[in-house]
Design a protein around this ligand. Structure first.
Ligand code: NCD
Length: 358
């Protein structure tokens, strides 16, 4: 398979040999930053998936470590709570032998009023070469990318984007669906779509990969997405929005429940969590509308008994723990690919204003 690089040069897209330094082999990756998935081509998505396969193979070794990023500093700067994203970036960087620095904004000089720009300049002066950032403000990683000399990876910004989550979700679907592809598969994202950066990034990558995407939730949590779906459909993407759980779940191949984001919820969007659970919660009875063997996903953290019933979350169709494990492989793949481009190329992603409510 070949990919067009910068519109003119064509390079073979090989699966990288992850045991050697990334800059020593041309694999067809051209992006210096990972800010969102909206600038990734189908060939880029494919390369990320195949590199993650190679990383899964590393993770299966008795010692799950390769020297590829030895001597590189990966700094993880999180301004929001996180368990799996932060820890999986740390594990991923360590598996690649990088030096990892962790900064939680709550215990840093941010609490003394230091600006994002000053903090980014400071971590760069302290040796950061790759910066993983999570921030409550949509667009913050884009600002960081403007001033940082190395590569920036977005670990989630406001309501806008969560590219590594979307990529691990795509990887998990491909590894679980018969035929190894989401093309033509009915994928449902159910719940608090309005406040979800996971949904926004997944919309881009899943429709780009040819899925038949359905967004479902209470109308107040779908505001603005009908217009996006209309534009997507006009551009040949399969993208539907409905408040009917039955319509969404019928014959679905994948059902992804989203957390009700109480911390971002202005009053009046939901009558009550109990009513939400009764009308939109993913229960075994609702899941029975989907295809037999349909897979159940959730990015975590879960509110069991609200957006997903505990027996469904832990049931045979759930791939939620796979998502966590695959998150390590995907983040290893992205760190590896970006490290091969440090200091050159283009950032990934469009304007944060491109998505509704962002
Ligand atoms: C999500 C996030 O932080 O965007 N979680 C995650 O990264 N796995 C979703 C959420 O907070 O509900």
């Amino acid at each position: 398979m070949s990919a067009v690089i910068d519109g003119s040069v064509t390079a073979e897209m090989a699966v990288p040999s992850v045991d050697v330094a990334p800059e020593s082999q041309p694999v067809g990756w051209r992006h210096r930053h990972l800010l969102d998935v909206d600038g990734l081509t189908a060939a880029d998505l494919d390369l990320v998936m195949r590199t993650a396969d190679a990383m899964r193979e590393v993770l299966a070794r008795p010692i799950a470590k390769v020297p590829a990023l030895r001597g590189r500093n990966v700094t993880i700067l999180f301004y929001e709570a996180s368990t799996r994203t932060r820890v999986s970036f740390e594990v991923a960087a360590k598996n690649l032998s990088a030096d990892v620095v962790n900064i939680a904004a709550a215990t840093s000089s941010v609490t003394k009023g230091e600006s994002l720009v000053d903090t980014v300049r400071t971590v760069e002066a302290l040796g950061a070469q790759m910066l993983v950032i999570r921030h409550p403000v949509s667009g913050a990683p884009y600002l960081a990318a403007e001033i940082f000399g190395g590569s920036v990876l977005n670990g989630g910004d406001g309501w806008h984007a969560h590219p590594t989550q979307a990529l691990l979700d795509l990887y998990t679907m491909r590894s679980r669906l018969p035929g190894g592809s989401v093309a033509g598969r009915k994928v449902v994202i159910l719940g608090d779509v309005l406040h979800s950066r996971v949904a926004r990034s997944n919309i881009w990558s899943l429709t780009a990969a040819g899925a038949d995407l359905w967004l479902c939730g209470p109308p107040t949590l779908l505001r603005g997405f009908e217009a996006w779906a209309g534009r997507g459909a006009a551009a040949g993407r399969r993208f539907h929005v409905t408040a009917s759980v039955d319509e969404a779940l019928r014959d679905a191949d994948v059902v992804m429940a989203l957390r009700i984001q109480r911390e971002r919820m202005a009053s009046g969007l939901l009558p009550s969590l109990r009513e939400y659970a009764a009308r939109y919660g993913l229960t075994a009875a609702r899941l029975a509308l989907a295809k037999p063997g349909a897979i159940v996903m959730h990015p975590g953290p879960m509110n069991e008994g609200v957006e997903i019933a505990a027996d469904v979350a832990a049931g045979a169709q759930s791939v939620i723990t796979d998502q966590v494990t695959n998150g390590v492989a995907i983040r290893m793949a992205l760190l590896y690919l970006l490290a091969g481009v440090a200091g050159a190329g283009s950032g990934v992603g469009g304007s944060p204003a491109g998505a509704p409510g962002a």
